[in-house]
Design a protein around this ligand. Structure first.
Ligand code: FAD
Length: 417
């Protein structure tokens, strides 16, 4: 049986996902007429920059994971040059100040016996408990579990809460005791299963990485991540419509907030799940309910540009991560070290992340209080002045999807519905 490809395709959402889908369809065949509908005044979604004084700084994503090939391959296909970070390694916030995270430790998990026993930021008892990872039996069940459940079993609470958890759960602005291992870091379950311990899994992974001479962990288009979305927008031309918020999706057509109606043979929804749920509930209540069950954390970034001659005060590496509740920020990036640019000159440029699951109250504070809290805590651990010269706060309400335990089942049942 031959299937007729859809002729008119509407893509809802002009973030990197929607733009990529539309671009792929646009080159798939002239017979496909694709339109991207973006609610905002500009497309690009969370790949966006803001002006901070004389600089333009990333407000959302700042890089791609190099080992996940899709964004990298797309950039290459579009002729976009990639650049690698100007610094590597990071620090961990501890009560005694910043300590360097273990180098060459996949997922922050030591694969060197010396590192395991010297694990920075842990007490002697915490290190002893973490070392039991080498002796404890592996879990038998293949069922999904939380990252916290796996890490606490292997390394104990201290290493989970003060070292590995902040790094791994921090990437999702999530709660280590709720995030699904299978949906976030499935390699960890494989390590325990096949190597008998996370330490040995990390060791084997590090060895393999050294053999295959893997490059840096992160990359970005030269000059900033929006070069990808800007290029896609340029290629798509007038197929991208901004200020076009979709209010309803029904079989065969969508409705816009100005009452307009667009007929479509196929509709691709690339909005966050809570918005997709709202759009789909009338047409498919089961799918709508499933999507509504995906939680989102609200986050924000505080972008800080310090006076001249401050860059030298930043420690090596790209920034630090913070265990829950220890500081107002969940992490910070030294943008001027990670992505050095002539425009920064000798100024330290720092981006602090605020807000995560269970730590969203901080986003109720006004900008001045957020800036003051971040600046004061930075100055306590790093050689920086009390306040930056230029600053901007960008809030991202309900922005980070939470892949909690059961997430993959939810995805499977959504697909089946
Ligand atoms: C602060 C921050 C830092 C991040 N850092 C990184 C990083 O360094 N690396 C990384 O890989 N990821 C990072 N992420 C995550 C990454 O930015 C997102 O996963 C990615 O940008 C999502 O793209 P998307 O197109 O799927 O969704 P979005 O970018 O959210 O785009 C969805 C679009 O849909 C539009 N829309 C919504 N509702 C409607 C409607 N009804 N009608 C029409 N349009 C609608 C929205 O306006 C939006 O433009 C970060 C996220 C944040 C918030």
């Amino acid at each position: 049986m031959s299937v007729t490809p859809p002729r008119r395709v509407v893509v809802i959402g002009g973030g990197v996902t929607g733009l990529t889908v539309a671009y792929r369809l646009s080159i798939a065949g002239a017979a496909i007429e694709v339109t991207v509908l973006e609610a905002g005044s500009a497309a690009g979604g969370k790949l966006r920059s803001v002006a901070v004084g004389d600089l333009v700084l990333p407000a959302g994503a700042d890089s791609f994971l190099a080992r996940k090939p899709w964004a990298v391959d797309l950039c290459k296909e579009l002729g976009i040059e990639l650049e690698t970070p100007g610094a590597t390694g990071a620090h961990l916030w501890t009560d005694a100040g910043l300590v360097p995270l273990i180098k060459d430790a996949p997922f922050g998990i030591p694969g060197d016996i010396g590192d395991l026993f010297r694990w920075p930021g842990l007490s002697a008892a915490g290190k002893r408990r973490a070392a039991q990872d080498l002796l404890r039996r592996a879990r038998k069940s293949d069922d999904d579990e939380s990252l916290g459940s796996l890490l606490r079993r292997r390394f104990g609470d201290e290493a989970t809460d003060l070292a590995v958890g902040p790094l791994l759960a921090g990437l999702y602005a999530g709660d280590v005791d709720r995030l699904s291992v299978r949906a976030t870091f499935p390699d960890l379950a494989v390590w325990e299963r096949w190597q008998g311990s996370l330490f040995r899994g990390s060791q084997a992974t590090s060895k393999a990485a050294r053999r295959s001479q893997l490059g840096p962990m992160f990359v970005r288009p030269r000059g900033g991540v929006e070069r990808l979305t800007d290029t896609l927008i340029e290629r798509l031309g007038d197929r991208v419509r901004t200020g076009a918020a979709v209010t309803a999706v029904e079989p065969g057509h969508i409705t816009l907030d100005d009452g307009g109606r667009i007929e479509a043979d196929a509709i691709v929804i690339t909005t966050p799940a809570h918005e997709a749920s709202r759009l789909l509930t009338a047409a498919s209540p089961d799918v709508g309910a499933n999507l509504a069950g995906i939680g989102y954390a609200s986050t924000g970034v505080v972008l800080m540009v310090y006076e001249r001659d401050t860059q030298a005060g930043l420690p090596d590496g790209t920034g630090f991560v913070v265990p829950r509740g220890k500081a107002p920020m969940t992490a910070a990036t030294w943008l001027s070290s990670k992505w050095p640019a002539d425009a920064f000159d000798t100024r330290a440029v720092v981006r602090c992340y605020v807000g995560a699951v269970g730590e969203e109250d901080i986003l109720d504070a006004d900008d001045a209080d957020l800036i003051e809290a971040c600046a004061r805590h930075l100055a306590a651990v790093v050689r920086l002045p009390d306040m930056p010269e230029q600053v901007a706060v960008v809030r991202w309400p309900a922005s980070m999807p939470q892949y909690d335990v059961g997430h993959l089942d939810r995805v499977a049942s959504t697909r089946a519905a």
